[in-house]
Design a protein around this ligand. Structure first.
Ligand SMILES: Nc1ncnc2c1ncn2[C@@H]1O[C@H](COP(=O)(O)OP(=O)(O)OP(=O)(O)O)[C@@H](O)[C@H]1O
Length: 305
């Protein structure tokens, strides 16, 4: 019996990468025994969420997000809002593909297609941020504006470099915020530049910010960067390369299942790079909530046995 697979693809992601791949995708997956249906996302906000939710109701056994991290997040939200969750998959044809990298999907989309076609799955944690879901990270602070300040048009022209350009223009405007953050190990009160609740080690094209993050351990790695001078910030950013930032007195780093974020002045929160509004926010880990097509042998170090 053919296995019913829905591919929700973003036709404009990653400089329109999926367009060229479509015939190959259909061939590889049909040869592997999948009955493939393709639906494009639209300009309409959260279109992939709606398509995914309907896909579950229509009985697809496999739902694939073909796009960048924005599409992945929208599809995850659609699946999580549905009564049951089919097997999920990610075809990395976006600009940054942070989650796909954490999942060990090949950079080359054709190779990634073969991982999907093989049909092996792993279970991964999903995060809940108020009434939305994330699969990679939730973040707070001015620095997170880098991701949603990047214009689609700029990404289409210069790809990942767009994030760097946006980051450089935003750095001088970083403003610390007085917050109260409650986690499993205690309470942090003070001024911060940034907070991250990471389910994976892959953030904004980097893999060293939260290196110990495990995909299925039921914990998020909470990283809080306290207010520091610009010089200290540059030193800290440089220390990310060898991982020593995690030992800095200006960084709080804990594994936690639950986080509450309060800020009198209100703090912007994003989840998987999508703007999520302002505090108060509660972040929660839903352990091993989604089964995903992946090759576990490529990411053994990121999985709890
Ligand atoms: N048909 C479409 N036309 C224009 N925009 C679209 C369309 N479909 C989706 N979008 C928009 O694309 C954005 C998501 O892009 P996505 O994350 O998939 O790829 P990307 O931007 O290339 O990569 P990344 O998020 O990894 O940087 C969302 O803002 C969504 O509204």
């Amino acid at each position: 019996m053919l296995k019913r697979m829905l591919i929700i693809y973003n036709p404009v992601a990653g400089q329109r990468k999926f367009h060229k791949l479509m015939p190959v995708a259909e061939q590889v997956l049909e040869e592997a025994g999948f009955d493939v249906t393709l639906i494009p996302t639209t300009e309409q906000a959260k279109s992939a969420t709606k398509i995914a939710k309907q896909g579950v109701l229509d009985g697809f056994e496999f739902i694939i997000a073909a796009g960048g991290d924005g599409t992945v997040n929208e599809v995850v939200n659609g699946l999580m809002q549905a009564p049951t969750q089919p097997i999920f998959g990610v075809l990395p044809v976006g600009t940054t593909n942070d989650f796909a990298r954490a999942l060990g999907m090949a950079k080359d989309p054709v190779e990634a297609l073969h991982i999907i076609a093989a049909g092996a799955t792993i279970k991964v944690d999903v995060g809940q941020a108020n009434d939305q879901y994330f699969i990679n990270n939730a973040a707070g602070g001015k620095i997170t504006e880098i991701t949603y300040a990047v214009k689609e048009s700029m990404k289409n022209k210069i790809g990942r470099l767009a994030y760097l350009v946006s980051g450089i223009t935003l750095l001088p405007k970083l403003a610390p915020k007085q917050v109260r953050i409650t986690h499993d190990k205690g309470v942090f009160e003070g001024e911060i530049l940034l907070l991250f609740g990471a389910l994976t080690n892959s953030v904004g094209g980097m893999e060293k910010l939260c290196p110990p993050a495990v995909l299925n351990d039921g914990y998020m790695d909470l990283l809080i960067l306290k207010k520091v001078s610009p010089i200290k910030l540059l030193k800290l950013l440089a220390s990310i390369k060898n991982g020593s930032h995690l030992q800095s007195e200006d960084v709080v780093y804990v594994k936690t299942k639950h986080v509450e974020i309060e800020c009198d002045a209100s703090l912007n929160i994003s989840y998987d790079g999508v703007y999520g509004g302002e505090t108060p926010y509660i972040l929660e880990v839903l352990p091993e909530k989604l089964a995903i097509l992946a090759d576990a042998t490529r990411i053994e170090h990121r999985l709890q046995k």
